[in-house]
Design a protein around this ligand. Structure first.
Ligand code: FAD
Length: 572
């Protein structure tokens, strides 16, 4: 940090006092704050390297002007109407993992939805659950498993992540093989539009009708709301599908398990499989063998989840960071592996049958071994945390012991893992690994492969683990992400990160669509005529394009040129 920077006072934006008073009138003085100590806590987002970098740069843009905690849908409507009238930008906020900061230096209001944490309805006949926006996966599981049901999957941050905030992203699960991701399990949403009006999708769009059917009547607006990162509305209710659960009615999880850098206690680290479930691990000779197995198992129709984890095991399954490092250096976990999760839904014998099919496929492909009491029992024992992670993630935050920030997460055919691996290796050669685990997914390792929807498609993932105290490393993690997007677009492999429209990627990659950004800009104008709903998060307006900071344009254009795409002028 330069001497000048060290002395710099971090500025922050403020709301006009009369607007603050109006918001206070809606929620009461207890549920609103502009106290510096409070708003500052909303400004560092756990997996967003840019939010860390801003702290080093003493840039106060990420600090909201005010945080307000509504309790009802009507309060959200009133807040949004006031902010709309005064042209003040806002963003909904749940835990603040990513993409939830203010999108401009203008005074921004965060609607923290933590008081809206109730399950509203469990429909055991039609197999749906309807929840408020702060309900997390753990709550849904706890209530539904008692009834022999569950929602079908979980991201690797179960107890933190909310169903509603995942709707902003599509939501990847460890059981995508059978149930597909969250976005394909949503039956209905209710959103408060940026104008303050309510919009309901699917069958519940007809007043008094239940939520059981996701499209119609009339045009299907679901797609414009899904993955919009709060720019087309705030989800206030969400209904998702339920499926049969044959595991324990109450999940046995290692309770109060801390995730600390250098401390562990074995009692927190052992995870048992839920009853009537089975998990089988294989170690493949190489990526080609692994992908062949994944394809064939997907098509066979067996299993709940089918994933390859690579370097992730070094985090999830290691109690301390020192263990993560040691195991990574020693290649303790296999480079090419896969696990299948199975459930005995129709009978206990289903488990035996599915395992038999699995082994038949794996042996038919050849070149793989099973972890067992005979072959690498110590690896099998160490992999135990995955026994539970497909349903209730307990170990995910070990990824953040250093910093899990900056990711490539393209979406494509299962074979894409090969193209991903090659390009990740190019990036490692170009920018150099920031940490030893960055090499996971490189030339001697598999990217994480999530098989989705019986193999119709897959997500593959590689990540950076920059030192959060080193601004240069954080900037390089952002460069990796930008390079990855440019590479994937240029080589026609996938859309920019997460395959979602997220600025500045939307505007800087007009190859997507083509010109998806122009269409989204029009959509934004319809939903949000006054540009208040997280403006510029999904797509920049023409006016916002004029104010893209020079370093951002330089970064994106330099990465475009690096991969052979033309530099862009973003002047409208
Ligand atoms: C270790 C780790 C593992 C992870 N694994 C996975 C995984 O396996 N699969 C996966 O999909 N993700 C995964 N994630 C990412 C994380 O689960 C998602 O980013 C999650 O949606 C963030 O939840 P949050 O509640 O903190 O939302 P926030 O970060 O607070 O918000 C996320 C976005 O949702 C918007 N939003 C919040 N509430 C609403 C609402 N009510 N209506 C409209 N928009 C809203 C916000 O404005 C923001 O744009 C992982 C993260 C970590 C740290």
């Amino acid at each position: 940090m330069t001497e000048r920077n060290a002395q710099k006072r971090i500025g922050r934006s403020r709301l006009a006092p009369e607007v603050y008073k109006l918001l206070e009138g809606i929620v009461g003085s207890e549920w609103i704050s502009e106290d510096r100590a409070v708003v500052e806590t909303y400004s560092k987002h756990s997996i967003d390297p840019a939010s860390f970098l801003m702290k080093h740069q003493k840039d106060g843009t990420n600090i909201p002007a005010c945080v307000v905690l509504p309790h009802t849908v009507e309060q959200i409507q009133s807040i949004v109407r006031i902010l709309n009238r005064h042209r003040i930008p806002y963003s909904p906020f749940t835990n603040g993992q990513m993409l939830c900061g203010p999108t401009s230096p203008a005074a921004t209001v965060f609607l923290h939805l933590s008081r809206m944490n109730h399950i509203l309805d469990i429909d055991e006949d039609n197999l749906t659950i309807t929840v408020e926006p702060y309900v997390d996966y753990r709550q849904v599981q706890a209530e539904t498993m008692k009834r022999g049901l569950w929602n079908g999957g979980t991201p690797l941050a179960t107890s933190l992540t909310k169903i509603a905030s995942q709707f902003a992203f599509a939501g990847i699960w460890q059981t995508d093989l059978k149930y597909s991701n969250l976005s394909r399990n949503v039956v209905a949403v209710e959103v408060v539009l940026p104008t303050g009006e309510i919009l309901r999708t699917g069958s519940s769009a007809i007043s008094g009708n239940k939520a059981f059917h996701e499209y119609g009547p009339g045009p299907d607006l679901h797609g414009l709301l899904r993955c919009s990162l709060a720019t087309t509305g705030i989800v206030t209710k969400i209904t998702v599908k339920l499926h049969t659960w044959v595991g324990d009615k109450v999940l046995k999880t290692p309770k109060d398990r801390p995730s600390l850098r250098s401390w562990s206690d074995p009692k927190y680290d052992r995870a048992e499989l839920p009853k009537n479930h089975r998990l089988v691990w294989i170690e493949c000779a190489d990526l080609k063998t692994q992908l062949e197995v994944l394809y064939r198992v997907c098509h066979s129709g067996i299993g709940l989840g089918l994933n390859s984890c690579g370097v992730y095991s070094a985090y999830y399954c290691s109690q301390t960071q020192a263990m993560t490092e040691k195991r990574t250096l020693e290649h303790f976990f296999p480079a090419y592996n896969a696990y299948i999760t199975m459930a005995g839904i129709t009978s206990e014998r289903q488990l035996d049958y599915e395992e038999k099919v699995f082994r038949h496929i794996v042996d038919g492909v050849g070149g793989s071994k099973y972890y067992s009491h005979e072959y690498k029992p110590e690896v099998l024992e160490a992999l135990a945390p995955w026994n539970l992670d497909f349903v209730r993630n307990n170990f995910g935050y070990r990824m953040n012991r250093r910093t899990y920030a900056g990711l490539w997460l393209p979406l494509g055919e299962i074979d894409m893992a090969k193209a991903h691996q090659e390009r990740w290796q190019e990036a490692l050669d170009e920018f150099k690994p920031l940490y030893m685990t960055d090499e996971g997914g490189g030339k001697n390792d598999t990217p994480y492969v999530y098989c989705v929807n019986r193999g119709h498609f897959a997500y593959t993932e590689t990540d950076n683990y920059p030192d959060p105290l080193d601004p240069q490393q954080l900037a390089t993690a952002i460069a990796y992400m930008t390079y990855g997007a440019a590479r994937m677009v240029k080589d026609r492999i996938s859309g920019p990160p997460l395959n979602l429209p997220i600025e500045p990627f939307t505007t800087f990659f007009p190859e997507v669509g083509p010109n998806t950004h122009l269409f989204l800009r029009k959509v934004r104008g319809v939903f949000d005529p006054n540009s208040v709903a997280a403006p510029g998060r999904q797509v920049f307006s023409e006016e916002e394009c004029k104010h893209i900071p020079e370093p951002v344009s330089q970064l994106f254009n330099s990465m475009r040129e690096k991969v052979g795409l033309e530099a862009l002028s973003t002047e409208p």
